[in-house]
Design a binder for this molecule. Structure first.
Ligand code: SF4
Ligand code: SF4
Length: 259
C-alpha cells in the first residue's frame, strides 16, 4: 500500500521502463538467504491478513493480536496493522525459519514484490502503475538470476490477486482522503471488522441480516458467505464496497435494496 512517504522513496529509485528486464533470483543458495526477513516495517493489507489467517488456520482476532501492531493512517484514519517483529536483538520476522519463509505460499504482497517497488495512482481507466528496482548492498539476488520484466515478476510471484484487492482498497482510501477528513472512529472500527476480520464480519452480516437490505445477487451473497479462501476473497471484495456505501451513502459496486 503506497503512503506518501513510500511514494517519495519509490520516486527516488531508478524506474524500470515497460518491457525492460532486471536480473534477479532469490533462493536458499544465495549467500544472504533470510537476511532480509528481519527488522522490517511491514504494513499488512486486508488481503495479506486474509491469506495469512487462512494459512495459519487462525481466527482474525487471534492473528491480529499475536502478529500485528495496530496503527492507523494519519490522513484517512484507516486501520494499519504492522507485522510485529519478534522481540530480541535480531528482530526477526515471526515467520522466518532456517529453511525459509514458513508462510511462503501466503506471504504478504510486500515480500513478493521485493526487489521491485510499485508506484500507483488512481487514473480515469483504473490504476496507473510504475515500477522501480530496489537495490540494497546486502542483497545478492542480483548477482546471478533470471531476466524478467516487471509483468513477468508479478506473474512469477502470483501477485495478481494481491494487486486487485489492494488497488480497490487504495481507491476507497483515496476517496476518503479527498474529503480532507479522516474517518470518524466508529467507521474506523467498522473498517477493522469489514476489511481485516473476515470470520467475524461473516458472523456480523448474518446476525444483523445486512444482506437482506442490499441489492445483492444470490451468487455474490453465497460466495461471500462460504467459509473458504475463495469465500474470504469474495467477502473482502464485498466489504470494500460495503464500507464505501456506509461511509458515502453510495458505492460503485453495491446499492441498497429498492423499497
Ligand atoms: S513473511 Fe516470509 S518472506 Fe515475508 S518477511 Fe516474513 S519470513 Fe520473510
Ligand atoms: S537479501 Fe535479497 S537475495 Fe538475499 S534473501 Fe533477501 S531478497 Fe533474497
Amino acid at each position: 500500500m503506497s503512503t506518501d512517504a513510500s511514494r517519495e522513496l519509490l520516486e527516488s529509485l531508478p524506474e524500470l521502463p515497460n518491457g525492460k528486464t532486471f536480473c534477479f533470483d532469490c533462493n536458499p543458495e544465495v549467500p544472504c538467504f533470510n537476511r532480509c526477513c528481519a527488522e522490517l516495517t511491514l504494513p499488512l493489507t486486508p488481503y495479506d491478513v486474509l491469506r495469512l489467517c487462512r494459512h495459519l488456520g487462525m481466527g482474525s482476532e487471534a492473528f491480529l493480536g499475536t502478529f500485528a501492531t495496530m496503527r492507523s493512517f494519519p490522513d484517512t484514519g484507516f486501520p494499519l496493522p504492522m507485522l510485529r517483529m519478534l522481540d530480541g536483538p535480531d528482530e526477526l520476522c515471526p515467520f522466518v525459519t532456517p529453511a525459509g519463509c514458513a508462510v511462503y505460499d501466503d506471504r504478504p504482497g510486500a515480500c513478493r514484490f521485493y526487489p521491485l517497488g510499485r508506484g500507483t495512482k488512481i487514473a480515469s481507466e483504473g490504476v496507473a502503475e510504475r515500477f522501480f528496482v530496489v537495490r540494497e548492498d546486502h542483497c545478492r539476488g542480483f548477482d546471478t538470476g533470471t531476466e524478467r520484466t516487471a509483468a513477468q515478476w508479478l506473474a512469477h510471484q502470483e501477485l495478481q490477486p494481491f494487486n486487485a484487492s489492494n488497488d480497490k482498497y487504495m481507491r476507497l482510501m483515496s476517496l476518503v482522503r479527498a474529503t480532507g477528513s479522516p474517518l470518524e472512529s466508529r467507521m474506523a472500527t467498522m473498517c477493522v471488522l469489514a476489511l481485516f476480520q473476515m470470520d467475524k464480519f461473516r458472523q456480523f452480516l448474518t446476525a444483523m441480516r445486512v444482506c437482506d437490505r442490499l441489492d445483492l445477487s444470490a451468487e455474490r451473497r453465497q460466495a461471500a458467505m462460504e467459509d473458504s479462501l475463495h469465500g474470504d476473497e469474495a467477502l473482502l471484495d464485498f466489504g470494500l464496497d460495503w464500507m464505501e456505501l456506509i461511509i458515502f451513502g453510495q458505492s460503485q459496486g453495491l446499492a441498497p435494496k429498492a423499497d
